[in-house]
Design a protein around this ligand. Structure first.
Ligand code: KIV
Ligand code: NA
Length: 266
């Protein structure tokens, strides 16, 4: 398998090969998903709520993300690694966005940066891509602005919903983005954006017409107990971990483990 590189994404869109993206936050998970053929590993700011137990993604800091992103880069042999910037690391100005992106890329080795928003952050995106850093957009439901959006609501609805999304996506493409994530948008809006862009769209809760799909890996693998409608459990990893732990605990209590073959007699 060849190393996934930036120019492959547009080629994949052109030949109709779907892009498979998964989040990853550490070395063994990155290795497993790389071996499973994931094209892109996303060190999402979903790290905050999914891995660190935060209430949302909002409290997560840039410097808290860096060791996780570094670990994923170490575990990714073929996959392209995208790292999120967390809330507060890019909104202030193009300069702030470039400084945060450079810090993430320098300290983690991530291949590209993603952050949320459309026309409102297009100047930031232009500055980041002008600095030579590949950028992936994120439109639709944007968890960092959940409060402003009025909660976890499906996006693209309403009279101008599709037009607004297409305008935001075109602004990101114009600013140099190589792809755009579409989160929780109605399928017709995702389809319209996908058709309007030369760069690929990667959907999560956006229907089947995007150029790729992304899921938070814990939801994908069946860890935890949040089962959003748009996700699907492709494994029962949480149960497998509990079963393994219970078997271990049982054997320790019964003094069945360690056995002779696990023991150094001399
Ligand atoms: O942080 C994240 O995991 C994401 C994906 C859901 C796209 O941004
Ligand atoms: Na994110």
């Amino acid at each position: 398998r060849k190393k996934v590189r930036i120019h492959h994404f547009k080629e994949m869109k052109q030949r109709g090969e779907k892009i498979a993206m998964l989040t990853a936050y550490d070395f063994p998970t990155a290795r497993a998903f790389d071996a499973g053929g994931a094209d892109i590993l996303l060190v999402g700011d979903s790290l905050g709520d999914n891995m660190l137990g935060m209430e949302s993604t909002v409290p997560l800091e840039l410097d808290e993300m860096i060791p996780f992103a570094r670990a994923v880069v170490r575990g990714a042999e073929h996959a392209f690694v995208v790292a999120d910037l967390p809330f507060g690391a890019y909104e202030v100005s193009p300069e702030q966005a470039v400084e945060s992106s450079i810090r993430m890329v320098k300290l983690s080795g991530a291949h590209a940066i993603k952050f949320e928003g459309g026309r409102r952050i297009a100047r930031q995106v232009k500055a980041v891509t002008d600095a030579g850093i590949p950028f992936c957009g994120h439109l639709g439901f944007t968890p960092q602005s959940e409060t402003a959006l009025g909660g976890r609501r499906i996006q693209g609805r309403g009279e101008h919903g599709i037009e607004e999304l297409v305008a935001d996506a075109l602004a990101l493409q114009e600013a140099g983005a190589f792809a755009v994530v579409l989160e929780m948008v109605i399928a017709p809006a995702a389809k319209a954006v996908t058709e309007a862009l030369d760069i690929p769209t990667i959907g999560i809760g956006a229907g089947p017409d995007t150029d790729g799909q992304v899921l938070v890996w814990l939801d994908m693998a069946g860890v935890g107990d949040w089962h959003p409608r748009f996700s699907k459990q492709f494994g029962a990893v949480g149960q497998a971990m509990t079963d393994a732990a219970a078997a271990y605990v049982g054997e320790v209590k019964d003094v069945a483990f360690p056995a002779a073959e696990h023991t150094f007699e001399s």
